[in-house]
Write a protein that binds this ligand. Sequence first.
Ligand code: 8X3
Length: 254
Amino acid sequence: MADSIVLITGASSGIGAACARKFAQAGAKLVLAARRLERLQQMAMALEAEFGTQAYLLEMDVRDRFQVESTLNSLPEPWATIDILINNAGLSRGLNKLHEGSIQDWEEMIDTNVKGLLYVTRCVVPGMVSRNRGHVVNLGSIAGHETYPKGNVYCATKAAVRTLTEGLKQDLLGTAVRVTTVDPGLVETEFSEIRFRGDGDRAKQVYQGMTPLTPEDVAEVILFATTRPVHVNLSEILMVPTDQATATLVHRLP
Ligand code: 8X3
């Protein structure tokens, strides 16, 4: 990992921020992308102080195709050769019956989770192919494996991530570039706060009476997947808390 260049989208919080820390600790150089540049600046300062990490920061909204292209195509020389891409930026909005859902919420999820992931991947992977070196890690979800009531469009975006991961692996066959999807169940991040638009009580209930995964748990698995011998490709990793069996079957203390 030492001196590898790792690009993380959605790096300012949650699983993205945990990945930044884990990979920093492992000696990587980080290209951190998020909309909230200030948060990235604070993280980068802390990581430099703690691990001596070198980081390059990008204020970037993955939904903005032209911004993604101009930002990633103009990375200065030492940062342009990305070894590991962690497509982490993603979100859920709302938990509604499909026929009652908000079209604006759908667009936000599709534009971020599917189209944003595609824009970034399309920019970064050609370089990996020409260097014959690289690893793409997508953040999927248990929601991509099973649809749950009112999950409809969010689940569809994560099913799309799963399909795109599979397709990318097929299309990269014959190169040394590896492709992994890490698909967590319940992880306690800002995920539910964002889904429920700041309704903290409702967000808390999602993790009540059970022990969810932490962002660090997921980051550790991503680090593991990217540090296997080069002939090993972990394609799909579904990880859930011990208290969770399926998307809807969760053991909770009363
Ligand atoms: C997050 C997990 O089950 O809330 O992707 O959809 S779940």
